[in-house]
Ligand binder design. Structure first.
Ligand SMILES: CC(C)(COP(=O)(O)OP(=O)(O)OC[C@H]1O[C@@H](n2cnc3c(N)ncnc32)[C@H](O)[C@@H]1OP(=O)(O)O)[C@@H](O)C(=O)NCCC(=O)NCCS
Length: 145
């Protein structure tokens, strides 16, 4: 979904796009949501499939990642770019990629404030709420047909 705003969405890897991916996640998770640096960066980034959204000048504006086990995470859109369909475009791209890879189930740890966003794609809440990085979360799952 591209709601008239010029942006470019791509699947990328950490090796090639680390600075862009880091700058978006630093702005959203570390600066805005106060997630500790030590929790934000892990060894999984190197083996994940990453989504990178950039504006026309190449500035990073959104990212997300897919772990090899079907876990979707680190979904982040810079504040000024939210509610323009970019998060939806990223999630659609990930789900399309998962289906192409023959993956059967997507799981994620949803911040409670983002539950409605994921429900729009058919994700269902699973289990009890828990705290992660000081933020309330709940597991959500989507069976991929
Ligand atoms: C969650 C996030 C990625 C959504 O990205 P986005 O680009 O704003 O999403 P979209 O514009 O595609 O939203 C599509 C629809 O989802 C719903 N939605 C999006 N964010 C929502 C929110 N925070 N709460 C409730 N509904 C939301 C809305 O219905 C929206 O449609 P609308 O704009 O017509 O109302 C973005 O808000 C974000 O980066 N948040 C900060 C980081 C974060 O919390 N990440 C989630 C970690 S689990």
């Amino acid at each position: 979904m591209n709601s008239g705003f010029p942006y470019r969405i791509r699947i990328v890897n950490w090796r090639n796009e680390e600075p862009n991916l880091r700058s978006i996640r630093s702005a959203v998770f570390i600066n805005e949501q106060n997630v500790p640096e030590a929790m934000e960066w892990d060894s999984m980034d190197r083996i994940c499939t990453h989504i990178l959204v950039q504006d026309f000048e190449g500035n990073g504006i959104g990212t997300a990642r897919l772990l090899p086990d079907g876990h979707v995470g680190r979904m982040a859109v810079l504040k000024v770019w939210r509610r323009k369909g970019i998060g939806s475009a990223m999630l659609q791209k990930i789900l399309q990629e998962m289906r192409a890879l023959g993956m059967k189930k997507a799981t994620l740890h949803a911040q409670l404030t983002a539950v409605e966003f994921y429900e729009k794609f058919g994700f269902q809440k699973c289990g009890k709420e828990f705290m992660e990085a000081g933020i309330p979360h709940i597991i959500m799952v989507l069976e991929l047909s």
